[in-house]
Design a protein around this ligand. Structure first.
Ligand SMILES: N[C@@H](CCC(=O)N[C@@H](CS)C(=O)NCC(=O)O)C(=O)O
Length: 223
């Protein structure tokens, strides 16, 4: 018996939380996604062949087995979620549930992950440290956590009464903020967020692709 053809190929640097969420969804739906190991950020994604399929030149970038390209990690995650037996659980069973799943995916990207981007820059040596940028970014993320904390009170999962794509996407948006910015004091102020995050990471398919959660005691900044 020959091996089953992969559902598609995912181009990105890795590890990346945006890749991890897509691979978790693929595992839940029993789909095989190949992540080519020869991808080089700022090289592969700037070639004419790459830009012909994904004009913005950003990653993750996905191509299905029929050669259809899709850009943006949340669109890719949705396609993978739609393409297997867990589709209705992951995406919601009614228009209202699907809107709520979308709502919390947007929250993860807009209120947590995007504000975190300026905070990665000096940590990864891309830009010098800037106190105002750091403080503004932290304040925006804390605001996002406060809203999420209120919402999660008395809930097991973020969007519906089942574990959904919103849980996977939002938790993936928090992976790096927890590992670099949200310190122990802030974690004690959002216990519902922390226990929900750990519940999501305890789902075997999520744990396999996200790894162990990483936390910090104190957020370190240059003196
Ligand atoms: N909203 C997009 C963001 C994609 C994005 O900004 N990717 C960055 C890396 S995390 C990138 O490819 N940067 C390279 C560039 O802009 O040239 C997604 O979730 O996929």
């Amino acid at each position: 018996m020959g091996s089953v053809a992969p559902f598609g190929k995912l181009y990105s640097y890795a590890p990346s939380p945006k890749v991890s969420k897509i691979l978790a969804v693929a595992k839940l739906n029993g789909l095989d996604i190949e992540v080519p190991a020869d991808f080089k950020i700022n090289e592969t994604n700037k070639t004419p062949e790459f830009l012909a399929k994904w004009p913005a030149g950003k990653v993750p970038a996905f191509e299905d087995a029929d050669g259809n390209p899709i850009a943006d990690s949340d669109a890719i995650a949705q396609y993978v979620a739609e393409s297997g037996p867990k589709a209705s659980q992951l995406l919601g069973e009614s228009a209202l549930e699907r809107a709520r799943v979308r709502q919390w995916i947007c929250y993860g990207e807009g209120d947590i992950f995007m504000p975190f981007i300026p905070l990665i820059a000096w940590r990864f040596g891309i830009r010098p440290y800037d106190e105002k940028v750091e403080n503004d970014g932290v304040a925006t993320i804390v605001k996002g956590l406060v809203g999420l904390e209120r919402h999660l009170k008395g809930r097991q999962w973020v969007a519906t009464d089942k574990f959904s794509l919103a849980d996977i996407s939002l938790a993936s948006s928090l992976l790096w903020p927890f590992a670099h910015v949200i310190d122990e004091k802030q974690r004690t102020e959002c216990p519902n967020v922390v226990s929900w995050f750990e519940r999501v990471l305890a789902v075997p398919e999520v744990r396999e692709t996200f790894g162990e959660p990483k936390y910090i005691d104190f957020r370190k900044v240059p003196q």
